[in-house]
Design a protein around this ligand. Structure first.
Ligand code: BJW
Length: 256
């Protein structure tokens, strides 16, 4: 009892030996992440009952083209606030573990629904962004990305006169075609597919684990809660990604 505080160590996880064996023999890994992986960095998820963004805000007003047309300033300001928050946080142990996993496999595809850029900041080199990136803006008429713009008006305007908007994918909008094709190819061709920190409720991203499963991959879910995917996953690691992923990494094969 010398008044010393031991650093808190997370409980060791029971990782099924069959999963370790599968990972040791694999060459091709695909990963789909969602808002849950950034939760431990301090970025709120969307659908968690008390803390999720959709518990406080109306997705139809803030994440649809119709909502933006109705009140562009409200939508722009909401995204500006989220952008500020993201700039203040750091990638967590889950992001960092995924960046290290990338080094260990000859074919490793990281697909994210997140728009926060935290995977890239953690060191992941190749990140397929299905829902865009909050750090970019595009013209709401021409849909081309605009590199620089003058702050002031809310939202600022494109040189063509139309409003600028965040370069993210709202409900009812198509996902970037090339990103979706690459994600589908990775799901069809991988041996192990991880689905991490996503409620698996938003399509077409939610189809990817099922595509992988149908093609013969082992599907691994990492999430503290159950999702509609849980009963289809071959392995379920219940817990926060920032706790589970470092422990999994420690049991994975060394860098190739
Ligand atoms: C942790 C954790 C920790 C917490 N560690 N885990 C087929 C059927 C039904 C509907 C459709 C369908 N196909 C298309 C649709 C319509 C729609 C859709 O899916 N609707 C459903 C909600 C019903 N899809 C679309 O409109 C898409 N477009 C499209 O399909 O175009 C063609 C088309 C149009 C219309 C009709 C038919 C076809 C576009 C979807 C765009 C989604 N956009 C958003 C906003 C992005 C910009 C922004 O950030 O503001 O993307 S909505 C929001 O949801 C965001 C997310 O990327 C996405 C997914 O959420 P995610 O990441 O799963 O987060 P949560 O909060 O849901 O879950 C977090 C999880 O983490 C939880 O499970 C926690 O337990 C867990 N967790 N702490 C690990 N520490």
């Amino acid at each position: 009892m010398g008044g010393r505080h031991e650093p808190e160590r997370p409980m060791p996880l029971a990782i099924p030996p069959e999963l370790i064996a599968r990972l040791a023999g694999a060459q091709r890994i695909a990963v789909l992440t969602g808002a849950g992986i950034s939760a431990e960095s301090g970025i709120p998820t969307f659908r968690d009952a008390l803390t999720g963004l959709w518990a406080r805000y109306d997705p139809l007003q803030l994440a649809t083209p119709e909502g933006f047309a109705r009140d562009p300033a409200l939508v722009w300001d909401w995204y500006a606030e989220r952008r500020r928050r993201i700039a203040q946080v750091q990638p967590n142990l889950g992001h960092l573990a995924l960046a290290q996993m990338e080094q260990r496999y000859p074919h490793f595809t990281l697909v994210t629904q997140n728009v926060d850029g935290l995977h890239q900041r953690a060191g992941s080199r190749t990140v397929i962004e299905l829902h865009g990136n909050i750090g970019r803006v595009k013209c709401s008429r021409e849909l081309t990305v605009v590199a620089a713009y003058a702050e002031g008006e809310s939202p600022p305007r494109c040189p063509c006169g139309a409003w600028l908007r965040p370069d993210v994918v709202w409900f009812g909008e198509l996902l970037p075609e090339q990103a979706m094709e690459q994600a589908e190819a990775a799901a069809r061709n991988c041996e192990v597919f991880f689905t991490i920190g996503t409620s698996a409720e938003v399509y077409p991203a939610a189809e990817l684990p099922m595509t992988a499963r149908a093609a013969g991959a082992a599907v691994v879910e990492i999430n503290p809660d159950k999702t509609p995917l849980t009963r289809h996953a071959h392995f379920v690691l219940h817990g926060p990604a920032g706790v589970v992923l470092p422990q999994l990494l420690a049991r994975m094969p060394a860098a190739a």
